[in-house]
Design a protein around this ligand. Structure first.
Ligand code: PMP
Ligand code: GLU
Length: 396
């Protein structure tokens, strides 16, 4: 049957990160011994106290529609969190809760973009930015960052790509897929430049809690009041509290007017984030055990990062930066990819030959690299990297 699709969705691609982790899970279910390094989701269970709070909410009958922008208690707790953790003062009425950071971003592009508006997307970038921007008639402009500088974005990287159509810059620090963390000096220069050029900033801070080697995450909106007025601070419970399936994300807006539009968009689409899930999220912010859980995860990831780096450095002809945050490494496999048509074929070879699932760099706008998530046990990390090494040595 002929599909009667809108122009808008004709070129839409599925999320490759979700697709690859689904493929790895499917193979495992069939009994194939695949090790999946594709998924960007912590391998920790959601803490019991968060689950209990949601169960209690269910039992108490919190099973009905909730306010479209989020339950008031959660928005108040988020305002406190922004103040305490990020050093940014948002009123609860400037905060909107939606179904994960992914849907927050979706709504932001829907709210802000007109046909032909350009959005600067520093590359390597997370897979959904470009697809979402295109869906709303925007034009994603890829801004390459340099491997030699650890993929840390600088104002000089941005300048050549700015023109009168530039409307938004996306910042994602710590970065998915490179793990790069933008330092204060660079962040200030970038934000100041956006202020002068009338460019809005969407600051995706989903990985804020995962920084290593003493590196600190800095919220763009905390730099100063003027910068706060051009910045949307996007975040979620997904990574910080290992709540990817709960689908709770949030945004701090420059003012109430933007928040109202986003709330209206929620009210005409999702209605609200699942009511009892919001009570679970509230507990994540209020329970005194939560920061301990988050720190335990952070320390685990830091240790695994060191382990995976040491294993990757045993693989010949592969270069890898030391990421300062998130839970990904993004090695340069160009010498090996050269033996294939492209990096997708290279990762397919690794899946078939080594039974290891990783995501090709081209998914993130960087051909020749690959993203390896280290949301895995030490044993899987050691075995998985040894398998890659062996499969590549077979090619040599
Ligand atoms: N931004 C980045 C950089 C991500 O890696 C992800 C994937 N988790 C998201 C946004 C979406 O997060 P969520 O699961 O909360 O929708
Ligand atoms: N953000 C995660 C990742 O990059 C989850 C997958 C997705 O949302 O695309 O793997």
């Amino acid at each position: 049957m002929e599909l009667k699709l809108s122009q808008r969705v004709l070129s839409l691609k599925p999320s490759p990160t979700l697709a690859i982790s689904a493929k790895a899970k499917e193979l495992r279910a069939k009994g194939v011994d695949v090790i999946g390094f594709g998924a960007g989701e912590p391998d920790f269970d959601t803490p019991e106290f968060i689950k209990e709070a949601a169960i209690k909410a269910l039992r108490e009958g919190k099973t009905k529609y909730a306010p479209a922008g989020g339950i008031p208690e959660l928005r108040e707790a988020l305002a406190e969190k922004f103040e305490k953790v990020n050093g940014v003062s948002y009123k609860p009425s400037e905060i909107v809760v939606s179904t994960g950071a992914k849907n927050i971003l979706f709504l932001l592009f829907l709210m802000l973009l007109n046909e032909g508006d350009e959005v600067l997307v520093p590359a390597p970038y997370w897979v959904s930015y470009t697809e979402q921007i295109k869906l709303f008639g925007g034009v994603p402009i890829e801004v390459p960052t340099e491997e030699e500088k650890g993929f840390v974005l600088t104002v000089d990287d941005i300048k050549p790509f700015v023109n009168e159509r530039t409307k938004i810059l996306i910042l994602n620090s710590p970065n998915n897929p490179t793990g790069a963390v933008i330092d204060e000096k660079n962040l200030k220069e970038i934000a100041q430049f956006c202020l002068e050029r009338n460019i809005l900033i969407i600051s995706d801070e989903c990985y804020e809690t995962f920084t290593y080697d003493g590196e600190k995450h800095i919220s763009t909106a905390s730099l100063d009041e003027e910068i706060k007025r051009i910045t949307f601070t996007v975040n979620a419970f997904s990574k910080t509290y290992s709540m990817t399936g709960w689908r709770v994300g949030y945004v701090g807006c420059p003012n109430e007017e933007y928040a109202k539009v986003l709330t209206n968009l929620n009210s005409q689409s999702i209605s609200n984030v699942t009511t009892f899930a919001q009570y679970g999220a509230l507990e994540a912010l209020r329970n005194p055990e939560a920061p301990k859980f988050v720190e335990k995860m952070r320390l685990t990831f830091e240790r695994r990062r060191d382990l995976i780096l040491s294993k990757i450095r045993e693989i010949p002809d592969v270069k890898v930066n030391t990421p300062k945050g998130a839970f990904y490494v993004f090695p340069n496999f160009r010498n090996w990819v050269a033996k294939f048509d492209n990096d997708l074929e290279f990762t397919k070879y690794l899946l078939e030959e080594a039974k290891v699932a990783i995501v090709p760099g081209s998914a993130f706008g960087y051909e020749g690299f690959a993203r390896i998530s280290y949301c895995n046990s030490d044993e899987e990390i050691i075995e998985g990297m040894d398998r890659i090494k062996r499969a590549l040595e077979n090619l040599a």
